[in-house]
Design a binder for this molecule. Sequence first.
Ligand code: FES
Ligand code: FES
Length: 160
Amino acid sequence: MKMQIQFTLNGEKVEAEVSVNMTLLDLIRDEFKLTGTKKGCDEGDCGACTVLMNGKPVSSCMILAIDASGKDIETIEGLKGDDGELHPIQQAFVEIGAIQCGFCTPGMILTAKSLLNNNLEPTETEVRQAISGNLCRCTGYEKIVEAILQASEYLREEGM
Ligand code: FES
Ligand code: FES
């Protein structure tokens, strides 16, 4: 059985016809070709598929596409500016060297964005707690935490 849904994807109103058992992750990757959202475990354990739903990080492999109806979904592709400039969090990840294979990076950055939207001056502990559901198989956590703290500084400087 299929259903027609409408939602906002990276600021644009979109619609799609989806099977009732399709996940949001498959919709994003297979229908909208936004492959920055990664499929890791596909069972809610790794955070590689993290997207923001109404501003909150969710594992898109655990959400049905039909449940995105009427929601605001943001993927990593939505972060860069119109001029192609990297978001300050992306910039910090690059500068600090918080990216190894990059598989966890989109999910980490979106989780960080949600944290920093709500708390522009997080402690290291708060950063570690925020990313506790995002696994890095390269175990590059130190640099990731450093990058998020650096990003918080950039965002404060920019008054964002
Ligand atoms: Fe969704 Fe691992 S792919 S949590
Ligand atoms: Fe490879 Fe995190 S950089 S999984």
